[in-house]
Design a protein around this ligand. Structure first.
Ligand code: C5P
Length: 397
């Protein structure tokens, strides 16, 4: 995904600095080269040795290192990269960058560079909310700096709120979205995938046979075309793709909330096999076998995520794609589903016994659009995904 790309990673001094180690591993795994730069304070949280070992390159940490100045001056260092990533970006680093200070190698690089900069802030919630930091954020944004995070959550300092470093996977997704070339560059696509698990009690659940293979392949193909993908997945059998913003959920209701939170998006591809119902009287304790008879489960309807996203309004993605897994009258049912759900396209397939499609590696789909139907030959799920991603890119062009 990031082959041939070089990231200059500036690691600021904060408790979240340890997550930069994972980020380096993810970046290397995605094919990027990483030039690490550490502030003096970062060295209090992670060792240059671990950073260098994971990056496979030397760590730059001093401005007046004569050897480096001879080998590669700070101006050059700041310009050989395709992207400068600051993670964690502390309040102090943001303040210095916003006011154009050049006190050490990291801030000098930020001042000297003409390379795009992506910052992943991490700090105490009060520091983040302080008007000074918010001013600095606005200044940096106006200067063209991009941001990923911070997330909400429990913080190492014991407080709760915005200020947590974005997860390394999300930082990678943001980096990929900026660097990957392709027709979907700069586009945000939400993909749902996998089954949902609807609890009966804390140890039992209702599920379905979806493996998540098709949704995962679609997300991968979209990333391959340069899209920024939010991948909302139920408990799937296959591992999630790299370079996506990953949201793991269990139930349909959680999937609905995650999708709504991920909006706005340019397109939405709903490949998840969402349970239609959840157990309304799910036990809070494990339901016991008794002599008084069998338990009775009461069902309640789940939100229809596809229909909800398809509702006309300012948040509606330009293209909404649903799936129709049918076991009979595939075309008629899928065509009716397209109208009922209000989505733009339906990818219909026959999942009846004997097709080997549910959980298998191949798929035979018919694409139903406003203008008609297209039957695609049976092919690998990855090939279906690539064809759909190309078609989606065409529609958004
Ligand atoms: O209604 P049915 O489950 O057959 O529709 C399938 C399509 O609707 C799929 O794209 C699926 O992801 C989506 N769906 C949904 N939310 C539901 C049920 C289905 O998004 N509750």
């Amino acid at each position: 995904m990031l082959h041939g790309k070089r990231i200059l990673l500036i690691i600021g001094g904060g408790i979240a600095a340890y997550k930069s180690l994972l980020l380096i591993r993810l970046l290397r795994g995605a094919g990027a080269a990483v030039t690490p730069v550490m502030t003096r304070a970062a060295g209090e949280f992670v060792t240059p040795l671990s950073v260098a070992a994971l990056a496979g390159e030397k760590v730059y940490d001093a401005l007046f290192d004569l050897t480096d100045e001879a080998e590669m001056g700070h101006i050059q260092l700041s310009r050989v990269a395709d992207l400068i990533v600051v993670a964690p970006a502390t309040a102090n680093l943001m303040a210095q960058a916003a006011t154009g200070q050049a006190r050490d190698l990291a801030t000098t690089l930020l001042l000297a560079t003409d390379t795009p900069v992506l910052m992943a802030p991490a700090m105490n919630v009060r520091m983040w909310q302080h008007p000074a930091t918010q001013r600095n954020l606005a200044t940096l944004r106006a200067d063209g700096v991009d941001f990923v995070g911070p997330d909400d959550g429990d913080m190492a300092c014991g407080e709760f709120g915005p200020g947590r470093l974005a997860e390394p996977e999300d930082i990678l997704a943001a980096i990929t979205a900026r660097l990957a070339d392709g027709p979907l560059r700069g586009r945000h696509v939400i993909v749902t995938s996998g089954p949902t698990h609807e609890p009966i009690d804390p140890v039992r659940y209702i599920a379905n046979r979806s493996s998540g293979a098709q949704g995962t392949a679609i997300a991968r193909a979209l990333v391959g075309l340069g899209a920024r993908v939010t991948f909302v997945t139920g408990p799937a059998d296959v591992p999630p793709p790299d370079s996506v913003a990953l949201v793991r959920v269990q139930t349909a209701r959680q999937m609905h909330d995650a999708v709504m939170q991920a909006l706005p998006a340019d397109a939405c591809v709903m490949a998840a096999a969402v349970a239609d119902w959840h157990v309304a009287n799910a036990g809070t304790q494990k339901i016991k076998k008794t002599k008084d008879g069998l338990p009775t489960l009461a069902f309640a309807e789940n939100p229809d995520i596809l229909a909800a996203v398809s509702v006309q309004g300012p948040q509606r993605p330009r293209l909404v794609v649903g799936f129709a897994a049918e076991t009979q009258d595939v075309l008629a049912n899928a065509t009716a589903k397209r109208a009922r759900k209000g989505c733009d396209w339906i990818v219909a397939n026959d999942v009846s016994d004997g097709t080997g499609i549910m959980g298998g590696t191949e798929n035979a789909v018919t694409l139903i659009t406003e203008t008609g139907t297209e039957a695609w030959p049976r092919m690998d799920k990855a090939a279906v995904a690539r064809r759909l991603a190309q078609k989606l890119a065409g529609a958004l062009a």
